[in-house]
Ligand binder design. Structure first.
Ligand SMILES: NC(=O)c1ccc[n+]([C@@H]2O[C@H](COP(=O)([O-])OP(=O)(O)OC[C@H]3O[C@@H](n4cnc5c(N)ncnc54)[C@H](OP(=O)(O)O)[C@@H]3O)[C@@H](O)[C@H]2O)c1
Length: 244
């Protein structure tokens, strides 16, 4: 059997990095996308190769339609197929609505939601021809329950859920599954910036009383990307310690 090829957006750090390692461990060729962390992305590629896997890094800003197209086209040119797409790249620009600027709203929507659309748009053509594919979009519990100061982020992550459900229906008869994973509060650079008081407040709302690990998200992503998940589509799987 030929090796599956997976594109992981925003794979230079945090959850994306854990997903890249997990998919490589499962025997997939991994395209490690980054926007600015070139050194970190290359280190991940080197580690995968040292462990006997195959990987390559790709610089692209997924919020840019043409760069997303170039990313998917380059991976296809390098490895002949794109079997798995993980839309993980994401940012936050938290602010209460009264103070939130138009730019803060647009930036978050453009990376999180438009970036997911851009990559799906370009990969769909390839997957339709292959008559198979797995698309997994990283949403967030915040897209389900909302949060003070995160109207932009919550809207982008709720949008990802709507996009996931619509695409799953469009592609259901074509051997392509589309699912979302909604992490709760996971250790990463994105959550490290929060002060201890906010972290304590968040823990109050997590029944398991601990922050999740990136590997606890990547395990679920790897399952959805596998052949074992062939009859699962249009779902949102929460990885949140019981938060929602
Ligand atoms: N951590 C959590 O608690 C949590 C909870 C729920 C959902 N999530 C979601 O999980 C995903 C990963 O989060 P994380 O915590 O791992 O974040 P992170 O540590 O801040 O990493 C973000 C990643 O996204 C990349 N990125 C940002 N903008 C990009 C763009 N325009 N084009 C391509 N790549 C871009 C970054 O690349 P560079 O390093 O090159 O900038 C980096 O690799 C996000 O979608 C986030 O919303 C996280």
């Amino acid at each position: 059997m030929s090796q599956k090829v997976a594109v992981v957006t925003g794979a230079s750090r945090g959850i994306g990095k854990a997903i890249a390692y997990k998919l490589a461990e499962k025997g997939m060729i991994v395209a490690v996308n980054y926007r600015s962390s070139e050194k970190e992305a290359q280190e991940i590629v080197n580690t995968i190769i040292q462990n006997g896997g195959k990987a390559k890094s790709y610089k692209a800003d997924v919020s840019n339609y043409d760069e997303a197209n170039e990313l998917i086209a380059s991976v296809k040119a390098d490895f002949s197929s794109v079997d798995v797409l993980i839309n993980n790249a994401g940012i936050t620009k938290d602010m209460l609505m009264l103070k939130m600027t138009e730019k803060e709203f647009d930036d978050v929507i453009n990376v999180n939601l438009k970036g997911t659309f851009n990559c799906i748009k370009h990969v769909t053509r390839i997957m339709l021809k292959q008559k198979s594919g797995r698309i997994i979009n990283i949403s967030s519990v915040i897209g389900e329950i909302g949060n003070i100061g995160q109207a932009n982020y919550a809207a982008s992550k709720a949008g990802i859920i709507g996009l996931t459900k619509s695409m799953s229906k469009e592609l259901a008869t074509r051997g392509i599954t589309v699912n979302a994973v909604a992490p709760g509060f996971i250790e990463s650079d994105m959550t490290d910036i929060l002060n201890e008081k906010i972290k304590e407040q968040i823990l109050v709302n997590i029944p398991m009383k601990r922050i999740g690990k990136a590997t606890e998200v990547s395990n679920v992503v790897a399952f959805l990307a596998s052949d074992e998940a062939s009859y699962i589509t249009g779902q949102v799987i929460n990885v949140d310690g019981g938060m929602v």
